[in-house]
Structures are given as C-alpha cells and as structure tokens.
Write a new protein. Structure first.
Length: 594
C-alpha cells in the first residue's frame, strides 16, 4: 500500500532532502513534500518512503459506556489509563544517549511484545520535549496516520531533533537506511533516531554493521520486564492498574481485588507489563459484572486473553442484536481475524484480502467494511483505509491463535474456517500484496507464543512457499526464527531448502539459517556432522556480515576437524574462511577508529 499523496491549499513545497519537517512525506532520494493538510497530487519521482509527524499525545479518555463495551481498549498505550511508572535506569540511559556529543546517533530499543516499549518511548519523547528537543515520529508509508494531538513542538528551533520510529523491524531495510541518511542531513543540529522494535539480532546486527560503515554511531537498549524494576513489582503493577481500571469502568466494588497467586511468582508467565494489566482488567471487569464471583479460575495469560476476546465478541453480538450492524458475530470475527493479519489497508486491498481469506464474498465486502468499522473505527478517517485492527498487538495475535483450531484453551471456541486461512491470504493469486509484510510479522509473532500456529500454519507456509520468503526484504525474514521452536525434523527440512550461497539473496537469509544451524548442533554428537555444521554456520555468519560469529564458528569447525582423518582441502577451506573473517573484522575495526 502506498501512502496517499496530498496537496495543501497553496500548493506543495517540494525541495531537496534536508531538515525533517512535521507533516511531510519523504519521496525517495529526491523530494520532500511539506504542509500536507489538504489533498496532494505529486507526479513523477519515486514512491513515498515515510511520513514525518509530531509525536502524538494520549487520546481523550474513553467514556464509561465505551470502556464497558470493549474493556480491552483500556489497555492501549495511547489511552494512558495506567500512569507511567518505573524505568528510571532505562530513562537515564536514554537521556545519556540523547545528550551525547555525537552529531548523529541511532539507538535500538527492543523487547518482547507487551513489555512497555511504546510507553517508554512516549515517556522519553515527553521528557525530551521538556528538555528543549524537537520530537518527531517517522512512520513507514504503508502505516496509518497517528492518533492524538501533538505532544510537543517540532519547529526546528530546539537543541536537536529526536526521531522515533516504532515497528522498526517491519521497515524494508533500504527505506530504513534512507531514514538514517536523512538523519545526517539535519542542517548542523544533533539528530537522534530511536528505533523501537520487538526483536534484535537477526535483522539488527547486519543493519548496525551497515550503519557503522556509514559512520553512524549505534547502540541498543534491551528492555527487561518491568516487574523486575527495583522500585516496583508484579503486585504493585497489578494494584496500580486495577485501581485505574476500576475508575474507568466505574466499578468501585472492584478496588482492592487480590491478584492471582500465580502472578506473584517470579517463575510465572506474567513477566510483561501488558500481561499484568490484562490480568488486572479481567479481574475488575469480572467483579463489576458479577460481584458475587471472585476471579479465581483464571491463572494464565492465555485465559485472560480469552476472557477479553470473549468480551469483544459479546460487543459484536450486542451490536448485531440492536441492529447497529447487519453482520453476525461469526462473520464479523472473520473480518477481525483478517484485519489482525493485514493491518489497516486501502479499500481495494481490503476487498482482495477478505475474498482471498474466504471471509466473505466479493460483493459483500462493502457491507462488512462498514460493520467492522463500528467496533473498530479507522484511526485515520481521512486516509481512506479499512480493516482497522484490534489492539493491543499482542491481543490481536492471541485472537489469531485462539480463533485457529489446535490450542487447548477451554474458554475460547476456535473457528474451523481459520485453519489455513493465513496461508491462503499470503499465497493468494497475484503474489506480493500490500499486506504481506504485516501478515508475515503478525503470524510469526503469534507463532512465537502459540506452538500450534508455528507447526500447522507458519512452518507449512515456508516449506511450500520459499519464493515468498525470498521475495521479502531482510526484516521480513525475521519470521523464520520462530521455527527454531519446532522439532528438529521440521527445522532440517526448512534448512535444506535454503538456496546455494551464490544466490543473490543469500546474504539476507544467512543470519536466519545460522540460527537454524546453531539449534541443530545442540543434540548432534557425531564429530564429522558437528564439524560440517560449524563450517556451514561460519559461512552463513560471514555472508551475513557477523564477522565475530563467523570467526568463532570457523574455530569450532577447525577444533572438530583436527582429530579427524579429513581431506587437506577441507582444512584449507575452513582456514581460508577463518582468515577472511579475521580480515573483515580488521577492516571493520579500522573503519571505527578512522
């Protein structure tokens, strides 16, 4: 999907790439269009890469009626229902990075879904604004417009400019590199780019290597669980959240609800702030609806997700019973499933997606769009998009998993229609679509927490459609790392399909295949098999630009080969690979020093 092009009343200002300007669309390496408050027409040139906006503030609070109808909306970071707490060490690290003397610097903030990355980035953005920095956000051209008013100024007069880019792992690498190059064009003022992403490693290390070669300073900040913060605990987080949720739902009787005992265990699954908030919200809503029943029978994140998703379904049923929507809950749920995979898309892409996934007949798409927008209105009403997804992201992923048969959560009934639906969407006739990258990431992220999705939906997709993986960019390959959780037999079959090292795209998948090889080595005892695996692992790391890892693997291969009666030619190959890794590392170190 391409970002809709707009035109201001007095005509667009097109100029060479320079300082970032809020409300601008960046087109390739040629022009930047600013002042986009009206419709725009741009002819010629390259497709839009990304859009720059002021960092958004929190949305207006939900009414009690809205919150009671869809309690899950209270979990959204942009609602700000639960005040920000903790993270003093992370905020200090971010401030130190921002205030360094480097002209341009890039920092990756990463952690699992639900860990609070977006909330931390928003808090840091507000503090940076107070400190005199201009704060912006960059969105890929395929993303919907931000929701909320400007959090702070962005008038190019501050101490420097802080650019925040969420979902960085979903950007095509070439376009993320364009963003980095633009960071170096900020007309003499310091520029900081904060990339927010779930994973690091597979996509980040090769990307960071490229930034190093460009002379840009890089760093990363892994986000640990908030429950381990020195000034808070899982119990504290639960108590603070249930107090706010009780007020938002006007449920005074739910204040002081005792958290599930499993939540207080350090070995429990409740290690993310979102999981704790979901538990608190479920407990409050249960007490509000049935004061006589204590919420004692729910004790896993999956069960709390199931409860909140069943409450969404209750809302669909109410809308249908009241005549506000014509679509029955089962059919509306299929649109919600589709939207969770595609994200907000154009009308044309949405219609193609619904029919590809067999969610409705082509002629029924318009009605389904209208009905779906009642519980899930577009966050960008003037952008012309449809299929606004369910939020938070983790809950949408759980909806995909719970709707798909194969799980063991008794509180949620799956829909047989969902078996193979994701594969049908991704492999429809017509090849690559506007939603493909989003769908790959969403399916992979859900599969990381739901084994039945990994085994029955994700693995078959990559076993039968390797061309889909090769047609994607570096970041989209991240989905393959989820397969490391599958049995070795499946992993081996996937690995066998990787192309020859001379394939033009091999460098892109080298890091992923290296991860496969590393896992397969765990239980291998045959010394020759181990030596061969280390040799392949070294080659893959080297092709991916991970020279330290390549060197370590080559040394492991040599150590395994020396006691064996092998051809001298094999030893020479391994020795040559080790030498090349050493040379590459030396060049990288020289570049950093000079």
């Amino acid at each position: 999907m391409k970002w809709p092009r707009r035109r201001p009343a007095a005509g667009p200002e097109a100029r060479s790439r320079g300082s970032w300007v809020a409300g601008s669309i960046v087109y390739g390496s040629v022009v930047q269009v600013t002042g986009v408050t009206g419709d725009v027409s741009v002819t010629g040139g390259e497709p839009p890469l990304y859009r720059v906006d002021t960092f958004p503030s929190a949305r207006p609070r939900l009414t009690v009626e809205e919150a009671r109808a869809q309690p899950a909306r209270l979990l959204l970071a942009r609602q700000g229902v639960v005040p920000f707490t903790g993270r003093s060490a992370e905020l200090a690290r971010l401030a130190e990075w921002r205030d360094s003397t480097r002209p341009v610097s890039v920092l990756l903030l990463h952690g699992p879904g639900g860990q609070g990355k977006t909330r931390l980035a928003a808090r840091f953005a507000a503090l940076s604004c107070d400190a005199g920095w201009d704060v912006l956000q960059a969105r890929h051209a395929s993303d919907p417009a931000p929701v909320g008013s400007a959090a702070c100024r962005a008038d190019t007069t501050g101490r420097g400019v802080l650019m925040v880019a969420d979902y960085a792992e979903r950007w095509p690498v070439t376009e993320l590199l364009e963003l980095m190059q633009d960071a170096a064009r900020q007309e003499g003022r310091p520029a900081r780019v904060l990339l927010v992403a779930r994973p690091a490693g597979v996509w980040w290390q090769p990307f960071a290597n490229r930034l190093d070669r460009m002379g840009l300073a890089t760093g990363q900040l892994p986000l640990s669980t908030l429950a381990d913060d020195p000034i808070t605990s899982a119990g504290d987080l639960f108590a603070a959240a249930q107090e706010q949720f009780a007020a938002a739902l006007d449920a005074p009787g739910a204040r002081g609800v005792t958290p599930p005992s499993v939540l207080l265990s350090r070995g429990s699954e409740f290690r993310s702030v979102l999981a704790i908030h979901m538990a608190a919200l479920t407990a409050v809503d249960l007490v509000r609806r049935n004061p006589e029943k204590a919420p004692t029978d729910l004790n896993t994140p999956a069960q709390f997700s199931a409860y909140l998703l069943n409450r969404e379904r209750d809302h669909w049923q109410t809308l249908h019973a009241n005549g506000r929507v014509a679509t029955p809950p089962d059919a509306l749920g299929r649109a919600v499933y589709t939207a969770a995979l595609t994200g907000a898309v154009t009308y044309q892409d949405g219609r193609a997606a619904l029919t590809a996934i067999d969610a409705c007949q082509d002629g029924d798409a318009a009605r389904l769009f209208t009905d779906h927008a009642v519980p899930y209105p577009s966050s960008a009403p003037h952008a012309g998009t449809v299929l606004e997804p369910l939020y938070p992201d983790v809950l949408a992923e759980d909806f995909i998993a719970l709707t798909t048969p194969g799980h063991e959560v008794e509180d949620y009934t799956p829909d047989p229609w969902a078996t193979g639906a994701a594969s049908g969407l991704l492999t429809r006739k017509g090849g690559w679509s506007g939603w493909t990258r989003h769908a790959l990431y969403t399916l992979a992220a859900a599969s990381a927490r739901w084994p039945h999705l990994a085994e029955h939906e994700l693995a078959p997709l990559y076993l039968t459609r390797l061309d889909l993986m090769l047609a994607s960019d570096d970041a989209a390959l991240l989905g393959l790392t989820v397969l490391a959780s599958l049995p070795d037999g499946v992993l081996q079959r996937v690995g066998e399909q990787f192309p020859h090292p001379q394939h033009a795209d091999y460098a892109s998948i080298a890091a992923v295949s290296a991860g496969f090889a590393a896992k397969l080595l765990v239980d291998v005892e045959d010394p020759y098999v181990r030596a061969t695996a280390y040799l392949h692992l070294a080659a893959r790391h080297w092709l991916a630009g991970c020279h330290d890892d390549a060197l370590a693997a080559a040394e492991q291969a040599l150590a395994a080969l020396r006691p064996l009666a092998v051809d001298d030619r094999v030893m020479r190959i391994v020795s040559m690979l080790k030498a090349r890794a050493l040379e590459a590392r030396g060049r990288a170190e020289q570049a950093e020093q000079g």
